[in-house]
Design a protein around this ligand. Structure first.
Ligand code: SF4
Length: 304
């Protein structure tokens, strides 16, 4: 089996944001606990790293079924465990809010993470407009974070910044709104943008989230227009096996990703996923996609 991305799940199901269509809340829990971060079985984790190495993967991606930065010590632990594998790129997917607030993430964490090889911070947003992001991520708070300052800070600590733009109806849902978002990124020297539409699995464990995802989803026509804009104005840098395309548009890197999470080739899987303590799987939405699971009775864990 061939894999294209190596995803490492940090933290628990806990998240400080409240996206109405949270995809993590729709897919199976996959044994991730509600509040406490599960401990990591080192042997199982090394096994997953070895599979990634055998697939010549250049990137390890720390992500979560909630928000990884709620558990900064576990992020540090993963980065320490990744050291011997020497991945050229290690990225973390985050909503960025707790980094901007420096609580519980501190300057010291950011320095340590950079030193341990974290290269890319991938910040989820729905817009460059603070009020639109507030309404989506932190509707109960008066203010959303200062995104410009967060980008500048992350650059100052030595990270590349990728904006993970979730395209939803009413925010970025047309070539014009995508152009505006790209202009914001260009001004703030954001190295990369990955734009993907609000997504939903085939079956959801939460009906309310699913309904919100259906409501926020872009129409086929809107998606066609966005892709046509990128094809017309961009130079294609790469086409990824699951259909995503990377463009240069006026000097800005843009990856337009589709909803597809399953590789069209039967012998390929888009992702290799490690979930602590010791589960290795190949799909977010099908719990049966497990290729290895540390039996409960044999769980030998390390403390963080
Ligand atoms: S930031 Fe991510 S995990 Fe948190 S609510 Fe939004 S989609 Fe879900």
């Amino acid at each position: 089996m061939k894999y294209h991305t190596f995803c490492i799940v940090a933290g628990s199901l806990a998240c400080n944001a409240r996206c109405a269509w949270c995809v993590a809340g729709m897919t199976p829990k996959n044994q991730v606990s509600d509040a406490k971060a599960p401990e990591i079985d080192v042997d199982s984790f090394q096994r997953a790293c070895r599979i990634a190495e055998m697939n010549n993967l250049d990137t390890a991606r720390i992500t979560s079924k909630g928000e990884p930065t709620i558990f900064p010590e576990q992020v540090t632990q993963y980065l320490q465990l990744l050291q011997p594998w020497r991945f050229p790129f290690i990225e973390m997917q985050t909503n960025g809010i707790l980094i901007a607030k420096r609580k519980p993430v501190t300057d010291e964490h950011l320095r340590t993470w950079r030193k341990l090889g974290l290269t890319h911070m991938c910040i989820s947003v729905v817009s460059s407009d603070p009020e639109r992001n507030r309404l989506n991520y932190t509707p109960r708070e008066k203010q959303y974070i200062d995104l410009r300052k967060l980008i500048d800070d992350l650059h100052a600590f030595g990270f590349n910044v990728r904006m993970t733009l979730i395209m939803q109806r009413g925010d970025v849902d047309s070539p014009e709104s995508l152009k505006q978002f790209m202009a914001f990124c260009r001004t703030h020297r954001v190295e990369q943008i990955t734009a993907l539409p609000v997504n939903k699995p085939t079956a959801s464990r939460d009906g309310k989230l699913y309904d919100a995802a259906v409501k926020a989803a872009l129409s086929d026509e809107q998606l066609r227009e966005i892709h046509a804009f990128a094809d017309k104005h961009g130079a294609v840098i790469a086409t990824l096996p699951w259909g995503a395309k990377i463009y240069d548009i006026g000097g800005q890197n843009l990856c337009l990703s589709s909803c597809l999470t399953v590789s069209p080739d039967a012998n390929e899987s888009r992702q290799l996923i490690f979930l602590p303590p010791g589960r290795i799987t190949t799909d977010w939405q099908y719990e049966g996609a497990v290729i290895y699971d540390l039996p409960k009775a044999a769980q030998k864990v390390i403390k963080i």
